[in-house]
Design a protein around this ligand. Structure first.
Ligand code: MN
Length: 252
């Protein structure tokens, strides 16, 4: 079992080391992670410059690119093997609901999924690494479960872990993504030179935290496991748009 490990907080992040330590003995681990913090980078690839990969003293490979870059180059020629599993994290903060779209942690896993490799993203719900040891044990539990019973279907799991002691975690729940209200307003400021600058505002408050959602699970101290896929087609709307676009679809 060869496991590729990545993240979006960068190769020096405590969550990455914790994930590697947690998975010790479960397979041959290779780390390819961003050089710097790339949280919020989503699935972006760097196309306007080359990427280099260096190896740190602890053996971790680090790349001057995004999480998607890391997994992409790892799978397309940097490594001389194809991993059996990709894990990402453990992220410093939740990746639930709409935030999942922006997440670099989920993106690293998604890149593997797009290449047909099972992938699991792990996030610790509160920022600051509190109870990272408990999150590590959860990550090991999930990976052990996968190794005990691998699934044939393509697999992309988004796992969010409440930041509480291991014994306080109330089991695991399979969930759907919840929803947030739109982000709060941008924060306007001025540079010392008089130029206006804008900081993206904080996330909006949660609008759908029903018990079957990721928000709902972690609120009740359960680990949330959401299976994801990346068909963005709005299947239910196909017929409506077919009718709407009919005049446009007629050949001249
Ligand atoms: Mn992050």
């Amino acid at each position: 079992m060869r496991i590729l490990v990545s993240n979006d907080d960068g190769y020096t992040a405590p969550g990455l080391q914790a994930l590697v330590d947690a998975l010790e003995g479960l397979g041959e681990l290779t780390v390819v992670a961003p050089e710097t913090n790339c949280s919020g980078s989503s699935n972006s690839l760097t196309l306007n410059r080359p990427l280099w990969a260096h190896q740190a003293a602890n053996g971790f490979h680090y790349v001057n690119g995004t999480p998607s870059d890391c997994v992409h180059i790892a799978l397309t020629g940097m490594l001389d093997f194809r991993p059996d599993l990709i894990v990402s994290g453990i992220n410093n903060g939740a990746n639930m609901g709409d935030d999942t779209l922006y997440s670099g942690t989920v993106a690293a896993a998604t890149e593997g999924y797009l290449f047909g490799i099972p992938a699991i993203a792990f996030s610790l719900v509160d920022r600051g690494w509190k109870h990272l040891d408990a999150a590590s044990r959860v990550a090991r539990d999930v990976v052990e479960r996968y190794l005990a019973q691998p699934l044939d279907a393509p697999l992309l799991l988004n796992v969010n872990i409440p930041a509480v002691p291991y014994d306080a975690i109330d089991g695991m729940r399979v969930t759907r993504l919840g929803k947030r209200h739109p982000s709060q307003p941008v924060v306007k400021s001025t540079t010392p030179y008089g130029e206006p600058v804008y900081w993206i505002g904080p996330v909006g408050s949660v609008s759908d935290a029903a018990p079957d959602t990721d928000f709902g699970a972690v609120k009740e101290l359960a680990v949330s496991i959401t299976p994801l896929r990346f068909d963005l087609t709005h299947h239910e709307q196909l017929q409506d748009i077919q009718r709407w676009a009919a005049p446009l679809c007629v050949s001249p």
